[in-house]
Design a protein around this ligand. Structure first.
Ligand SMILES: [Zn+2]
Length: 167
């Protein structure tokens, strides 16, 4: 269950529209996803537990450079995600983190499940550095750096990332 806090009315409406879109994708997954992850995501958006706080962070403090961030069962959601029309993709990315996902998991499912017009963004240079630091592994998926193929631990292809940005 998501507890939505601190959003101005107009933005709250955008959050609800994005949640509707995410729920629809979870009901009919557009790409392979590990069963446990799918169950976790459905539980967060459905049943009373776990309770996850989705808090509006505006453009201050933790939101100066980011679209959103999460820690434990709390998502801080930033103004920048609304300004750049990335609400559904960023929200889905943060939900993957809540479901134990590392950066690789969040980037993989964001880009496998959402298009760029819907706000998904391929991994940045910084994201690639994080993947390397994590030995190209996530909680749910792994990445072959040379082919850029992301597979889950049942060896199903999730997606192939575009070439790593040079700068
Ligand atoms: Zn992330």
């Amino acid at each position: 269950m998501l507890s939505i806090q601190g959003f101005p009315a107009g933005l709250r409406q955008e959050i609800h529209q994005s949640l509707t879109l995410i729920r629809r994708r979870l009901a009919h997954p557009p790409a392979p996803i590990p069963r446990d992850l799918l169950d976790d995501l459905r539980a967060i958006l459905g049943k009373p537990r776990p309770r996850v706080d989705l808090v509006y962070g505006g453009a201050t403090d933790g939101c100066r450079m980011s679209y959103g961030r999460s820690a434990g069962y709390r998502i801080l959601f930033c103004k920048k995600a609304f300004q750049e029309k990335r609400v559904a993709a960023v929200l889905f990315h943060e939900l993957i983190h809540i479901a134990m996902g590392w950066e690789l998991d969040a980037e993989a499912f964001e880009n496998a499940w959402f298009s760029q017009p819907e706000g998904a963004r391929p991994p940045s240079r910084t994201d690639w550095e994080t993947f390397k630091d994590d030995d190209y592994r996530g909680w749910w998926v792994q990445l072959a750096p040379r082919t850029r193929r992301v597979t889950d631990y049942a060896d199903r292809l999730i997606l192939t990332f575009p070439p790593r940005p040079r700068r």
